[in-house]
Design a binder for this molecule. Sequence first.
Ligand code: BTN
Length: 252
Amino acid sequence: MHATDSHSFTISHFNLLDSTNTFLKNHLLNYPDYSVIWADEQQQGRGRFNRTWKTAPGRDLTFSILLPLDNLNKKHWPNISQITACAIIRLLIEYKMVPNFKWPNDVMVSNKKISGVLCERVKKDQTPFVVVGVGLNVNSDSKFLKQLDKPATSFYSELSSELSRQEILNKFLSFFSNLLDHLQLKGFLNIKKELFNQLMFKGEMISVTDGTNTFHQGILLDLNTDGTLKINCEKCGVINLSTGDINKPNFV
Ligand code: BTN
């Protein structure tokens, strides 16, 4: 199975895996560049900050892409997770949704999370790669979504119709491929501008946590061209963050 753009993605579809990221990391030598590992169900889906990622078996999308980094300027390596979020945003817009970008790489619709990205760097024969893991809520229903610990939504919840996961995956890969080309040839600036348009909490007070503990509180100023977030921290002045989880203060 190949997407139509310049990168040739090969999709391997599994019924059940522990985690598509973990599987790909453990079987690097068996899969060529641009392999996509797609599982209908993950028993140990992982998110950022060691959180678990739960999806409705057979109804949502969980997949990981094996992306070589040796053909990309090193300064753009940290941008991969954000071009992934940008591809998801373009995909949601194509389906007439109004997405928001929640730094560093979450995508929200109606203030609820619809997608998360987990990028993990690996080496194969001394060549650097990143495993790009994407969780996208497609056909999960409100009963399933309500039992998750944070507000979440899906294509089905927003559009009231079931969609083909294969079609959505193909479209995602096409957007992702275009963005990857753009990043390689022209850099991150235009993509940053696109993400800034959809950025949540612009000019608002936010708290920054490591998933549990708050380590900064301040006004969100800007998304920087290197993908970091500029905030005016109450205690330490203007700083650039490279990691964290942002929310309105006291957001549960
Ligand atoms: C997050 O929001 O914290 C990131 C969630 C990433 C979940 C995806 S699902 C496919 C891939 N396999 C995993 O175990 N995690 C990522």
